[in-house]
Write a protein that binds this ligand. Sequence first.
Ligand SMILES: [Zn+2]
Length: 221
Amino acid sequence: MKQLADGLHQLAGFPPNAINVYLMGDVVVDAASRHAARRILRQLRGKRVAAHALTHAHPDHQGSSARLCRELGIPYWCGAGDVAAAESGDIVRYQPDRPINQVMHRLMSGPGHPVDRSLREGDEVAGFTVVEVPGHSAGHLAYWREGDRTLVLGDVINNMDVRTGIPGLHEPPAAFTPDPARNRASARRLAALEPALVCFGHGTPLRDTARFVDFVAALPE
Ligand SMILES: [Zn+2]
């Protein structure tokens, strides 16, 4: 795993930077697809891990969640609005009714797992503050650390075209986003924080405040 900031590491994934998992202090943030469990557990060996938190309960973020929580004996945390999806594992029920979501669900989703703590705006997780940023999912969260302006924002913005893998800033595709207008409002809220480091669910971390802020500012009203 690679250190991005004080107490923030990005685990190695395959392909690199395509589906990101972070170790934020002693909290594992996101769990990729259900095929990633062994790779994640291997990298966490010897590390202190106290909990697992999601940015949002989608197939490529909760896939290995149940296994991580069971094998590491750690609690499962997610946004209040995503608890039902995370616990049932019935992810497609909460996504737009598009065939692609059925495909992703079959390919990547993991089983549901009981949520031990539903996170809300202002909660503290490993030195980061929870920011509620709904739109891409009902309970989508970002994690913000004011001290060094570090932001872990899940899929509010992608730093990769998730369909082609080509790097670059994008809004998440509408097919995966129940409420694109709300997601865009969430992106504006995050851009207003002027983060110095942005860590995405998809794509490489970005240390260019202006590029992130300008991208969001240029989005249509
Ligand atoms: Zn995603």
